[in-house]
Design a protein around this ligand. Structure first.
Ligand code: B12
Ligand code: SF4
Ligand code: SF4
Length: 350
């Protein structure tokens, strides 16, 4: 009977777009010590929320979140991979945005699906089931739980990878006051002797213990960091304006990654850097409403665009950058000034 219930839940989850599902117990995650060590080294940078006492206690023991929890359902939703180099409209320099961030924000899309799945479960057991659901922002070590629920292995690039689906997917979890038999953990490491991600990472931030020095990761610098991007890392950002997919793009396990969920398909043409740099606060909010890019806010996103122009622009981009020198945001002004100097230096050395 419980096996039938578990299968029915998995079937329903699949209908809702969760291509991978697994069940694990709410026991402490197997690599919690790795997380503590990561924090102790300061590798979380300015993501202080990860180091709070409350967050640590909960990550160390999911029952701190829901004492009645008897099982955790771990779910994965795919998104379409980044395509090879794109150029912006009008032949301008290309601006790259991480593949997961080109459509709707998954933090908005996935909760409704998890809610529907919980309703389904409650219908099946004919009564309320205490639950909590999360996707990304909850105090859980999502990758560790996903590995223990059998969804894949942790690659050297630190991503959870499934042998058929690759790593271009988002994780979600539902904690349930319901006994479900746990799935076997995914124990094989399919990275073998490959080191492509380590070699391709522009900032060399991938560490040997399957963690990152997030302070140097382009994803952190362009999304999470709210202040100045350290000077020595700006050139390494290349043309990434939001997030980075390089260590996934080079991974052989992503060669056959299936199609993504339609909700995350790009909902606008590739951005043109000159247009982006002239976005007013209202235009920014309108354009990026309900997309992950909102997280960087206008000041962070335009800061990143200035860095991209500093790395890839030419003399044609000087007027728009000079205009940005009058922006009300000091952060944008400072990065625009840097970009002007980079472009001028390049032009003078040609
Ligand atoms: C903070 C954070 C970041 C930081 C730090 C990332 C990092 N690698 O630590 C930054 C901003 C850099 C980041 C970037 C990205 N992120 Co992020 N991020 C998170 C967040 C909120 C916490 C991760 C964390 O705790 N990091 C600390 C390290 C120590 O923990 P960890 O990476 O989870 O690693 C654990 C396991 O790997 C395990 N472990 C270590 N060694 C070994 C060995 C074995 C054998 C095993 C089994 C396990 C194991 O130990 C760790 C502790 O349990 C999670 C959501 C969540 N709540 O978990 C999303 C999450 C990890 N991010 C996600 C995504 C999509 C991304 C990006 C692809 C976005 C982008 N395109 O820019 C990049 C990928 C960069 C990369 N290579 O990791 C997805 C990953 C999905 C997947 N397939 O793995 C998550 C799960 C969000 C989600 N709900 O989908 N992210
Ligand atoms: S996301 Fe980019 S910067 Fe971060 S580890 Fe991967 S390749 Fe390196
Ligand atoms: S690129 Fe190679 S080493 Fe890196 S995660 Fe993929 S298989 Fe593992």
């Amino acid at each position: 009977m419980t096996q039938d219930l578990k299968q029915a839940i998995k079937n329903k989850a699949r209908q809702l777009g969760f291509v991978l599902t697994g069940v694990t117990l709410p026991d402490p995650p197997p690599h919690y010590a790795t997380f503590e060590n990561w924090l102790a080294q300061g590798h979380h940078g300015a993501m202080h929320y990860l180091a709070s006492e409350r967050s640590r206690q909960r990550r160390a023991d999911p029952r701190q979140i829901l004492p009645e929890c008897k099982s955790i359902l771990v779910l994965a939703t795919p998104y379409t991979p980044t395509s090879p180099f794109r150029r912006g409209d009008g032949g301008e320099v290309g601006v790259r945005v991480a593949a997961y961030a080109r459509g709707l924000d998954y933090h908005d899309v996935l909760p409704a699906r998890m809610k529907e799945l919980v309703q389904f479960i409650e219908e099946q057991v004919r009564g309320p089931v205490k639950n909590r659901w999360y996707t990304d922002s909850g105090p859980l070590l999502e990758r560790d739980l996903a590995q223990r629920a059998g969804l894949g292995w942790i690659g050297k690039n630190t991503c959870l990878i499934h042998p058929k689906h690759g790593s271009y997917f988002l994780l979600s979890e539902i904690l349930l006051d319901l006994e479900l038999a746990p799935d076997p953990p995914f124990l094989t490491d399919h990275c073998g002797s490959c080191t492509r991600c380590i070699q391709a990472c522009p900032t060399a931030c991938i560490l040997p213990d399957r963690t990152l020095d997030a302070r140097k990761c382009i994803s952190y610098l362009t999304i999470e960091l709210k202040d100045d991007i350290p000077l020595e890392l700006r050139e390494k950002i290349g043309n990434w304006a939001f997030g980075c997919d390089i260590c996934q793009m080079v991974c052989p396990w992503n060669r056959f990654a299936a199609e993504g969920d339609p909700a995350f398909e790009p909902n606008a043409p590739p951005p043109s850097p000159t247009e982006e740099l002239t976005l007013t606060p209202q235009a920014f909010n309108q354009r990026f409403k309900h997309t992950p890019i909102q997280r960087a806010r206008r000041r962070g996103y335009l800061r990143n665009i200035a860095v991209v122009l500093g790395n890839t622009g030419d003399m044609h981009h000087l007027p728009v950058l000079q205009n940005a020198l009058t922006d009300e945001e000091p952060l944008i002004r400072e990065h625009a000034q840097w970009a002007i100097e980079q472009i001028t230096k390049r032009a003078n050395s040609e």
